[in-house]
Design a binder for this molecule. Structure first.
Ligand SMILES: Nc1ncnc2c1ncn2[C@@H]1O[C@H](COP(=O)(O)OP(=O)(O)OP(=O)(O)O)[C@@H](O)[C@H]1O
Length: 347
């Protein structure tokens, strides 16, 4: 997939990738969730001429007690359930690239082991004392501020320096609005060819203007979901400003964030009780986007995640980023709000 965009920041990014790709130096890709960090990692690998594969591990998605065996591999019988010997991701990446996504979530006790692998270029499988030589190029990514994590004692400073020989910064979508036309074209081409059977939407000038004024907290991923939703719900007419607002569940009065939030909160079913929420509430929410969407195929989970992200970001803004106030406003308890912010990468 191409990195679409003609903004200065994307040109600079492509240039940095081209310069860094051929060298076996560790690279750290930073940027908010959904901005394209994994795509950048793939480019670094594809332009590196390394003959092996790119092996990706999402450090936040694997339970911490399983992460060590996932990365280092294990011998038969090393722990309950280890029925056979298994090589780990470092070994799998031989001759290629190991991509550690969400490195900021790497447990502290594992960080020292990763540091050792970087320094010695060898791993010990869990349950073995034997060192196995590994040849990998390391690329890491995070949406978190690693320096802050170091200050809080949650990330090893020496590891931070080791993984960030090159730092590539992927800016949020709202800071590169010049990229919208290219991105819309590229993402619509994807809709046309992804086998979903959807016809990509067209966006008129008015709609584009409305789109660029939105903050897109979920970045390119949110834009992609938005266009898919538009392709499902508004198949016959170009996307205009009003449709954009409906698809993004924004109040017509965009100057009043608070009004938008209150309006949206009263219209959308409680996502916390997603499973138990009665079908009437869901139908009301769908009617608010102007169509009976159940006539079409529809990704309910993606739809609800987008709404949740949008409402949390809006509520944080109204509450001046005060967590307790935001939680109260959204009728969530504090820990649930913090967990949701972590899940959606909201800082
Ligand atoms: N410049 C771009 N051109 C085309 N598609 C893009 C671009 N940037 C991102 N995408 C698409 O947006 C989606 C999200 O991108 P990606 O997974 O790389 O983001 P990320 O920053 O790694 O997200 P996360 O932090 O959640 O892991 C993907 O489907 C990707 O293909």
């Amino acid at each position: 997939m191409l990195i679409s965009g003609s903004s200065k920041s994307v040109s600079r990014l492509l240039n940095d990738i081209k310069n860094a790709a051929p060298y076996k130096v560790n690279a750290l890709i930073v940027g908010p969730t959904g901005a394209g960090k994994e795509l950048v990692a793939q480019y670094l690998h594809d332009w590196s001429n390394r003959h092996g594969n790119m092996v990706s591990v999402n450090c936040a998605a694997i339970p911490r007690e399983l992460l060590e065996a996932e990365l280092f591999g294990h011998e038969k019988g090393a722990f309950t359930g280890a029925a056979t010997r298994r090589i780990g991701r470092f070994e799998e990446a031989a001759g290629g690239t190991l991509f550690l996504d969400e490195i900021g979530d790497m447990p502290l006790e594992l960080q020292s082991k990763i540091l050792r692998v970087i320094e010695t270029k060898s791993v010990c499988r869990v349950g073995s004392n034997k060192e196995v030589h590994v040849d990998f190029r390391l690329i890491c990514a995070t949406h978190q501020n690693i320096q802050d994590k170091v200050k809080r004692g949650e990330f090893r400073e020496d590891l931070m320096y080791r993984i960030s020989v090159i730092v590539l910064d992927v800016p949020p979508l709202k800071d590169r609005i010049e990229d919208f036309p290219d991105l819309i074209t590229a993402l619509c081409n994807q809709i046309e060819t992804d086998g979903s059977g959807l016809t990509p939407p067209t966006v008129n000038e008015d709609g584009l203007r409305e789109m660029v004024s939105h903050s897109w907290p979920g970045n390119v991923r949110e834009l992609k979901n938005f266009l898919q939703r538009a392709a499902v719900l508004y198949r016959d007419a170009p996307i205009n400003a009003e449709t954009v607002r409906r698809l993004l569940h924004l109040n017509a009065d965009r100057n009043s964030e608070q009004n938008a939030l209150l309006q949206a909160t009263s219209e959308i079913p409680d996502v916390d009780s997603e499973i138990e929420s009665d079908s009437k509430n869901n139908t009301d929410a769908f009617e608010n986007v102007g169509l009976n969407v159940l006539d079409y195929g529809f990704c309910l989970k993606g739809f609800l995640s987008d709404i949740e992200t949008e409402l949390i970001v809006a509520a944080l803004s109204v509450e001046n980023h005060n967590i307790a106030g935001t939680a109260k406003r959204l009728a969530l308890n504090r820990t649930t709000l913090i967990a949701k912010m972590g899940k959606y990468g909201i800082k």
